[in-house]
Design a binder for this molecule. Structure first.
Ligand code: PLP
Length: 482
């Protein structure tokens, strides 16, 4: 008799198509049954009697999912399946997020001193990728939507003009969808990059589900990009830190991609993270269309519900990823900080809330009831905090127009000093400072510190926003190039 009960450790029966998951299920079961005495890392030895449940499920790829000598073949099997699913020639699973993926792709795309055409609403991880790789940014900017105060997409003509003005640029780096789910013409960008003979690299951190339902935009590789990074832990039900880096190898060298990837990846990847990426890929391959359909229905209903609240708006339209929920508060007069506090109190923490915008992260794990409950809670909170309607004001992350004086790498390693913030205006920043979320640097190493940038950062700080990566998060002092 076949065993028909679903295995509670693999409730959807994914292990048959997920070799890393299968290995993780096997080794953790062996440990649970007391049939394993590993003379190998990790130091907790797969036991829970010392540090307890916090290490439950932890098992390294090398030495637990398979022997140190053979685990690369297991890893390559899982990664090859992901490459097939996304139509890539090359794929690696990262245990260090899209942060690591972005930096690996920066290290793979060019050589120190070369220029890259790159969006200025980039995540800080990519800016640090420029530092690591020594690449010099040629910034392109998205257009702004005055109604929402949010960025739309980088226009293709802006990329074409930048490529024409910088014919020696080695790549185009874009982020799509943007943090607020706005999407651009990636096929147009790919054509522009390819006509200039360079690869298009896309930070698709939020978009691991795109391309898996006919009502969703296609993913970056399907649109013609040469490489993309995506966080499995953001859009998919994978372990925190899990990410995929996927590439086509016509314009990017696979050996160089591997070297770049390994340069900053741990030598001890967590098997549980790797297995969860594998499991999420198997789930997407088999059930992705249904799960995306449920998410599309849930978000459409939530948007509809929220639109009924007087003054409340949601970001919508052909340039917006249909499963993204971005709530626009300005017309209600409510402050995002108050809404966020109510949502936290209701056990529904959101990822971003500034004065005019609330961004909950919704994913295929959310069902329609949950999204309806969230929309109801948010709507009730808005009623509690209504005020005078106002026009939305774009925050610094979206509007920053930097003057790059030194390349990020030169500035990162230059001698620097700490000065009072007001005295820093007119000097060159030694540090990266980003309101987080969204993690877009308002000041980056090598950029001129303007009073606009400083005031914008101060406004975020005064409004309770998190000022990340600054040596002095109070902004009383800044670090400048000596
Ligand atoms: C656009 C973008 N890229 C990259 C990252 C980094 O992703 P991770 O947290 O997986 O390292 C983020 C994180 O929020 C992001 O918003």
């Amino acid at each position: 008799m076949p065993h028909l009960e679903p295995d509670p450790r693999d409730p959807r029966g994914l292990r048959a198509d997920a070799p890393l998951l299968d290995a993780w299920l096997t080794v953790t079961e062996q440990a649970r049954a007391g049939r394993l005495m590993p003379m190998i890392t990790p130091g907790h030895k797969l036991r829970r009697d010392l540090t307890g449940s916090v290490v439950a499920g932890d098992a390294p790829l090398y030495g637990a999912l398979d022997t140190i000598k053979h685990a690369d073949a297991l890893r390559a099997d899982g990664e090859a399946r992901a490459a097939r699913l996304w139509g890539a020639d090359w794929c690696r699973f990262s245990v260090a997020g899209s942060t690591h993926g972005n930096q690996a792709l920066a290290l793979a795309a060019g050589s120190p001193g070369q220029e890259v055409i790159i969006t200025r609403i980039l995540h800080r991880s990519l800016l640090l990728g420029l530092v690591l790789a020594g690449l010099r940014p040629v910034w392109v900017r998205p257009e702004m939507d005055p109604a929402s105060g949010l960025p739309t997409a980088v226009p293709v003509p802006a990329v074409r003009a930048a490529l024409a003005a910088h014919p020696r640029a080695c790549a185009v780096f874009l982020g799509d969808p943007s943090y607020v789910g706005t999407i651009g013409d990636l096929a147009g960008h790919a054509a522009a990059a390819h006509e200039a003979g360079v690869p298009l690299v896309v930070d698709a951190a939020w978009a691991a589900h795109l391309g898996f339902h006919p009502d969703l935009p296609q993913h970056a590789l399907a649109a013609g990009a040469d490489a993309m990074v995506t966080s499995a832990h953001k859009a998919l039900p994978a372990f925190t830190q899990g990410a995929l880096v996927l590439a086509r190898t016509e314009r990017l060298d696979p050996a160089r991609l591997d070297r770049a990837f390994e340069a900053t990846h741990t030598t001890s990847p967590a098997g549980s993270i790797m297995a969860s990426i594998d499991a999420a890929r198997a789930l997407l391959a088999r059930d992705g269309k249904d799960l995306c359909a449920r998410l599309l229905r849930g978000v459409a209903a939530a948007r509809q519900r929220l639109r009924q609240v007087p003054g409340l708006a949601v970001l919508d339209g052909p340039g917006v990823e249909p499963t993204k929920l971005v709530v626009l508060l300005a017309g209600t007069g409510a402050h995002g900080k108050d809404i966020e506090a109510d949502l936290i109190a209701a056990g529904m923490p959101v990822e971003m809330a500034d004065r005019d915008t609330v961004v909950p992260i919704v994913a295929i794990a959310d069902d329609e009831e949950q999204l309806a409950a969230f929309a109801d809670t948010l709507a009730a909170s808005v009623e509690r905090h209504r005020g005078t309607p106002r026009h939305p004001v774009a925050t610094a992350a979206w509007t920053v127009e930097p003057q790059t004086v030194l390349a990020p790498r030169e500035a990162f390693f230059a001698a620097n000093e700490t000065v009072a913030a007001d005295a820093a205006v007119g000097r060159v920043s030694a540090e990266l400072i980003a309101p987080y979320p969204p993690g877009i640097p308002v000041l980056a190493p090598g950029e001129l510190i303007t009073s606009e940038a400083l005031n914008a950062l101060r406004e975020v700080h005064a409004d309770g926003g998190r000022i990340a990566y600054a040596a002095d998060p109070s902004l009383a002092t800044l670090q400048v190039i000596s």
